[in-house]
Design a protein around this ligand. Structure first.
Ligand code: ATP
Ligand code: MG
Length: 534
């Protein structure tokens, strides 16, 4: 299609319960960054709704990110087919709602996979993940999380880069050696808590964490591309295997959001989103999440809007999403809910209460009666207010509903616009190598002292300064990059890319900000740091 230039909204389905004169339900692109929720019991049509939305965004030039939990979204790369099982319900639906635009067509797709098997590998570094998310990933308790924070600070001070799990492993062992000094300086660092973190790290490794940490690390811009026809790429993350480690899945997606927040410039409310992010099985993000993490999620979701990113949570039960987050999800598609258990009944009531009422719709009743592919829909109007809830027949998707064959996937993969960029891992000098070198140096020095005497050796210059040179370069480029990105890194306790020189970079960033935008930007940066670090 690629007629992205002019479109101001995307069609979702026919309201009025599907009556021929029912009001068309469309998502206003200018409000699409005010987030959304797709909820409903199993088999009610959530994935099909998501698919329709994703391809409509793509068609108007908005790139999309989606996690493919069951493998059935990979079909978005291919046009649907009249021989498919879904042809009958889809064509029937298109006729029911008089959708004349409905034809089978494909979408531009990029496949990603944390394990590098079904798509390009996605990697980040330990320092970019930061202690808060890592602690969550490893299921650390508060004391252990405190110790992990100290490990990060210690690495910072020592100029050690934490890139992969081996770096963290070495840094933990190294911290353990210096536990007494660090305790005096920062508070309690016990060998027992370090031991506990090391054990959790092993678990993370067996879950596939080792592949996720390292370089080349993901560059967000690669997920924000359009093809030559102006269609937004749909980035599909293979998440079937990942779902076996729900914490890794949830933390990874949260990291990705934080990374986008950190990297992207402020744009306010753009004419259409820069990217739309679908978070399937969103309940995993919130399951037994500590309050501190929920607060951070709430902040990221609230603030990422002005970067032009819309986040759409997909979940079976709307009460899985904590209120402070749910309150920010302006565009809602609620498929049928069951009302068997007291929890179900609470969900029905909660869902009913959140909609802007429509006198012709009895929400609490309708919600249990909705057909497959039918939903209660309320979308943000151009003025930002929610539209009155409508019983809506959701339009069918144009691409295939169902998985690709391995052969089809291989073909799509071979024409990927980022073919080759991430496929091979690189391992540069970081904490592990430096610490190994240090112990070699220490042994050599001990020998030298034994041979030549302490005085003679003490006059010699220190070795192993290369890491500082590199760190300084990184810091310089981070400063040149963006002041706000460094400030934004504070959101999840992540370190900016300039790690070892962070203080220098942050103060330099302050002056860059002042140069660029005067007191306003400076104040923004300080408020952000102040507000988010609390
Ligand atoms: N808008 C629609 N128009 C026509 N048929 C639909 C529509 N939505 C869903 N269906 C039918 O319902 C089936 C199940 O839908 P879908 O896979 O989206 O459910 P789901 O809510 O994602 O279920 P689960 O929770 O198990 O993932 C589809 O394969 C399709 O046959
Ligand atoms: Mg589904």
């Amino acid at each position: 299609m690629g007629n992205g230039g002019e479109a101001s909204e995307i069609y979702i389905g026919l309201g009025g319960g599907g009556a021929a004169d029912g009001p068309r339900q469309s998502l206003v692109l200018k409000r699409a960054n005010r987030h959304g929720l797709i909820a409903g019991a199993t088999g009610t049509g959530k994935t099909v709704t998501l698919q329709g939305l994703a391809e409509s965004f793509s068609a108007v030039g908005v790139p999309v990110f989606v996690a493919d939990v069951k493998g059935d979204l990979s079909g978005m790369a291919m046009a649907g087919s009249p021989t498919a099982k879904t042809h009958e319900p889809f064509s029937k639906r298109a006729a029911e709602i008089g959708d004349g635009d409905w034809v089978y067509r494909d979408n531009p797709v990029i496949f990603w996979d944390l394990f590098g098997e079904q798509g390009h590998p996605v990697r980040t570094t330990i320092s970019e993940m930061g202690p808060l998310l890592l602690a969550r990933l490893m299921g650390l308790n508060e004391t252990q999380e405190g110790v992990l924070n100290i490990v990060f600070r210690f690495a910072d001070e020592q100029g050690m880069l934490l890139l992969d799990l081996e770096d963290l492993q070495s840094m933990l062992a190294y911290t353990s050696l210096h536990a007494a000094d660090l305790t005096a300086k920062y508070g309690n660092v016990t060998k027992a808590s370090i031991g506990a973190i090391q054990r959790q790290l092993l678990t993370l490794e067996t879950q596939g964490g080792a592949q996720f940490f390292g370089e080349p690390a993901l560059e967000i811009d690669d997920m924000m591309q359009c093809d030559e026809q102006g269609r937004g790429y749909i980035n599909i993350l293979a998440a079937d295997k990942l779902m076996a480690s729900p914490k890794l899945y949830a933390t990874f997606l949260l990291w990705l959001l934080a990374e986008m927040f950190e990297t992207l410039p402020e744009v306010g409310d753009p004419e259409k989103p820069k990217l739309v992010f679908f978070f399937d099985e969103a309940h995993l993000l919130f399951d037994d999440a500590p309050k501190a993490l929920i607060d951070k999620i709430e902040q990221v979701v609230r603030l990422i809007r002005s970067k032009g990113v819309g986040v759409y949570f997909v979940t079976q039960n709307p009460i899985d999403v904590p209120e402070e987050v749910a309150g920010q999800l302006g565009n809602r598609v609620q498929h049928a809910l069951r009302a068997f258990t007291p929890r179900d009944q609470r969900a029905v009531k909660a869902a009913a209460d959140t909609f802007r009422q429509n006198p012709t719709v009895d929400v609490a009743r309708a919600i249990t009666e909705l057909k497959v592919g039918e939903a209660l829909v309320s979308l943000l109007l151009a003025d930002g207010a929610p539209s009155p809830v409508e019983r809506t027949l959701i339009k069918p998707p144009c691409s295939r509903a169902g998985p690709l064959t391995p052969k089809e996937r291989a073909i799509i993969q071979s024409i990927s616009p980022i073919e080759g960029k991430y496929d091979t891992r690189v391992d540069r000098e970081s904490a592990e190598e430096v610490i190994a070198q240090k112990s070699l140096d220490a042994a050599a020095t001990a020998n030298e002292v034994a041979e030549k005497g302490r005085e003679e050796v003490g006059k010699r210059e220190r070795k192993s300064t290369s890491i500082w040179g590199k760190a300084a370069k990184r810091a310089a480029s981070a400063v040149a990059g963006s002041a706000a990105s460094i400030a934004a890194a504070a959101v999840l306790g992540k370190k900016s890319r300039s790690d070892p020189m962070r203080n220098a970079a942050t103060s330099a960033a302050g002056s860059v900000a002042t140069d660029l935008g005067g007191p306003m930007v400076g104040r923004f940066v300080r408020n952000l740091i102040g507000g988010l670090m609390r």
